[in-house]
Design a protein around this ligand. Structure first.
Ligand SMILES: NC(=O)c1ccc[n+]([C@@H]2O[C@H](COP(=O)([O-])OP(=O)(O)OC[C@H]3O[C@@H](n4cnc5c(N)ncnc54)[C@H](O)[C@@H]3O)[C@@H](O)[C@H]2O)c1
Ligand SMILES: N[C@@H](CCO)C(=O)O
Ligand code: NA
Length: 431
């Protein structure tokens, strides 16, 4: 093969950087691949729009036609359609695909991996989870001989920036989101990030890979950070913790509560300041992976941004192009373990519960009784007066308890006449 033809679909934040780096590093990439990479075209919606540094002759609005002329298709359009159809078209034409599209993989991964396998071509997606951080390849290849038992990480840069601002400046949620938008971290519509959808797609992809099973995006338990208040962040600080949006996947053994399987969840949690994840600041990402032989591994770096993400895309382009030149293909989907995704009731966690209660004799005992009635053991209780009236804030930290026992406790607490409000319920993770 005297050259590898690369088609780029999408020329936005990531795509424009992929195009720039492909051209700027052409000689190095050719040496690494064993043949030159030829950028044969860039599919865009508006080919007439000038794009600095990009030859207008490369621009086309005929994405289908471009895909038919490529050996490697880079999909950085995002969303479900037309990305999904274009990837299928690439496979039909015998082209390998590199994508950064976590939404598409979390929703339609199995179908796309099957199509790639049937066509005997590659589907690579390092940039889809935690941007530039090498994470997909270590899970898919370096840890292929090990048994991953758990991952715990920060996989959304926007929400990490927002929570970090709330922690370091005392800002409220709304102000912190506005700062994230002003800096270009958060989109004009930040729903996918702040409601945890983006992190849930990434958690689904990581869990599928790590546990050799299929976890669809909708099977991930998802809570965003819109309910996290400045008071929650301050309460975390008083406990020596910081609030982080975590993505957690875990193998659960067979037990009295049900069969073996996996749990996968995304939610805000208190993380002790001594834990390495607490030190992940601003828009950075980090993922802890625990494996039986390797022990604890941590992957850290920029989880987003045009240039870092384009670097991860190009790493995949080199791998897929090498296979075109030298033959063979990389590992495909590995879902042989076929483990069920278990309900959250199988998860054991510590909880931090904040209540507003009447400040009179016997209240503490009644609150403690509600926890005891569901077998939830209390580790710490702290009370402080609030305002002038006869109310107090009560903070209860539990020992590990099943999720269902805690939610039943909270329902009972909310029904007590001495409890004026259950202000917040947060999990405590990472100890
Ligand atoms: N931006 C990041 O930091 C980042 C990080 C990791 C992964 N990703 C993923 O990379 C992908 C691209 O993200 P982005 O930030 O570059 O988005 P973007 O919105 O900046 O770019 C997407 C581009 O695709 C174009 N487009 C849409 N429909 C098209 C079509 N039918 N034909 C041709 N072009 C079309 C849009 O006009 C836009 O220019 C997404 O899947 C995203 O989730 C982005
Ligand atoms: N919106 C994502 C981009 C990377 O997928 C984030 O904030 O992490
Ligand atoms: Na990555």
């Amino acid at each position: 093969m005297d050259r590898v033809r690369v088609a780029l679909l999408g020329c936005g934040v990531v795509g424009s950087e992929v195009a720039r780096l492909l051209l700027a590093q052409a000689d190095d990439l050719a040496a690494r691949v064993g043949a030159p990479l030829e950028l044969v075209g860039i599919a865009v919606r508006r080919p007439d729009r000038p794009r600095p540094g990009i030859d207008p002759a490369l621009l086309t609005d005929d994405a289908e036609g471009l895909v038919a002329r490529a050996d490697v298709v880079v999909e950085v359009v995002g969303g479900i359609e037309p990305a999904r159809s274009l990837m299928h078209a690439a496979f039909r034409h015998g082209a390998g695909v590199v994508t950064a599209n976590k939404v598409l993989l979390a929703e339609h991964g199995p179908e796309l991996f099957e199509a790639a396998s049937a066509a005997d071509v590659d589907l690579y997606y390092e940039a889809a989870v935690a941007g530039a951080i090498p994470l997909i390849r270590p899970l898919r290849e370096s840890l292929a001989g090990d048994r991953v038992t758990r991952f715990l990480g920060i996989v959304n840069g926007t929400t990490n920036y927002v929570l970090d601002q709330m922690d370091t400046t005392g800002a409220g949620f709304g102000d912190a989101v506005e700062r994230a938008q002003a800096l270009g971290y958060a989109e004009a519509d930040p729903t996918a990030d702040v409601e945890g959808y983006d992190a849930a797609s990434k958690a689904a992809i990581l869990a599928s890979l790590a546990f050799h099973t299929r976890v669809p995006g909708e099977a991930v338990h998802r809570e965003g950070i819109t309910g996290v208040s400045a008071a929650d962040v301050a309460a975390a600080a008083r406990m020596g913790c910081v609030v982080k949006l975590l993505a957690i996947g875990s193998r659960e053994p067979e037990g009295p509560d049900g069969p073996a399987g996996v749990t996968v969840r995304v939610h805000p949690a208190f993380v002790p300041r001594s834990h390495p994840l607490a030190g992940v600041r601003g828009p950075f990402n980090a993922v802890f992976v625990e494996a039986e032989a390797a022990g604890e591994l941590m992957f850290y770096g920029p989880g987003a941004g045009g240039t870092p993400t384009a670097g991860a895309v190009l790493g995949d382009v080199v791998a897929v192009a090498r296979h075109r030149v030298h033959g063979g293909r990389g590992p495909g989907e590995s879902a042989y373990a076929d483990l069920p995704t278990l309900p959250l009731s199988r998860v054991l966690t510590r909880y931090h519960v904040r209540l507003e209660v009447a400040d009179r004799p016997g209240v503490l005992a009644r609150v403690a009784d509600a926890f005891a009635a569901h077998g939830v053991s209390i580790e710490q209780v702290r009370q402080q007066a609030v305002g002038e009236d006869e109310a107090a804030e009560l903070v209860v930290v539990t020992h590990v308890a099943p999720d269902t026992a805690l939610s039943d406790t909270v329902a009972d607490l909310a029904g007590l006449d001495v409890v004026l409000d259950v202000t917040s319920v947060m999990r405590v993770e990472g100890e």
